[in-house]
Design a protein around this ligand. Structure first.
Ligand SMILES: [Zn+2]
Length: 138
């Protein structure tokens, strides 16, 4: 795999390629998603990229109806809250991501521990293009 520094920019570039990548410490094996350049456990800077399978379980979530303008443009708002969750990946790390394809008007139907799969949301074009990590029910 091509060398990329362990930065948010590289992480987002991988997301745009629909890859969920983390960094793994060659010293102690600790795994970080998003990647860190230096291990917080053993302080090693010997890291390698690892691709996550993109499967995980919902650990916590919140449905948000007061949304920033960028989310309003996507149709979210008081009548259509969006869901933000903490997902524990099969590989262990926890990531915060948008939870999609759930009924946010019925949050009681969104279950902690439900299995999820990564989904990549491509937004904007050209210079404005960004990819957001989301998860949907399996
Ligand atoms: Zn380490």
């Amino acid at each position: 795999m091509e060398e990329r520094s362990f930065s948010d920019i590289a992480y987002e570039r991988f997301l745009s390629e629909e890859k969920l990548m983390g960094s793994r410490c060659k010293g102690c094996g600790a795994l970080f998603v998003p990647p860190r350049p230096i291990c917080i456990k053993c302080h090693s800077s010997e890291m390698e990229w690892v691709e996550m399978k993109g499967r995980g379980e919902l650990r916590a979530f919140t449905c948000i109806s007061v949304v920033p303008p960028s989310m309003m443009e996507e149709g979210y708002g008081r009548d259509n809250p969006y869901c933000s969750g903490v997902v524990e990946l099969e590989e262990g790390p926890r990531v915060v991501a948008r939870i999609v394809e759930v009924d946010t008007n019925k949050p009681e139907e969104i279950k902690v521990r439900m299995p999820l799969a990564a989904k990549f949301l491509h937004r904007g074009e050209g210079e404005q293009a960004r990819t957001f990590l989301a998860f949907k029910p399996l």
